[in-house]
Design a protein around this ligand. Sequence first.
Ligand code: SF4
Length: 244
Amino acid sequence: MGRIQSIQSFSTLDGPGTRCVVFFQGCPAACLFCHNPESWAAKGGEEIEPETLLLRLERFRPFLQEPPGLTLSGGEPLYQPAFALALAKLARADGWHVALDTCGWGPTKPFRNLVKNVDLVMFSVKHPIHPEALSKLNPDSVLANWQLLAALETPVWLRYVLIKGWTDPPAALTALGQLAKDLPTLERIEIFPYNSLAESDWQKLQWDSPLFHEGNIIVTEEEVRQAENLVRKSAGLPASLFPS
Ligand code: SF4
């Protein structure tokens, strides 16, 4: 039994091909730029068995390309590791391509177990040196989980949000390149510009984030390209890792 916030029946943005996305309820990371703060509370959402959830997902399967994709997102799926593992195993046995969308939170053992039972990991690095500046993530714990990936065969996509003055300094981008360089299973690096729509999500909850009072934190598309170049060149990475 686990808790989900919602299901998205069709997505082309949460992994390869076309996919369903299950948003898990509960996230302890508390990122200052979170687009889904309603998912944070551990006790919210809907309680459901993994078998029942998979049956519900099967209804959307005819509308997806083969193989049908399923992304475990959130919230943080690793906040409910047993539930996430059960769903991943059931879905893969039923022919789904399963992706884990994670911030790298949590102890290494459940992280390893889950990664070994999915087809793709999409690891959102909040900050390569100081994730604690933007979230409640423990830097050592996130780094341990990132380093663990090198010993496993599951392909990895690295995802990163570019926020002016926070995640775009050259030292951060160079460190991001080093993280990428050390991971032989890395297939892709996606750098996204910060999207200010997060502010309305927080306002709905009557919450506030210090990030929203920082002046202009929005980067341009050109600045995203410059950041990609810096990450790539500083670590000698192939251009093929960058999709755009
Ligand atoms: S890890 Fe994701 S869901 Fe959790 S707080 Fe950060 S952005 Fe939000």
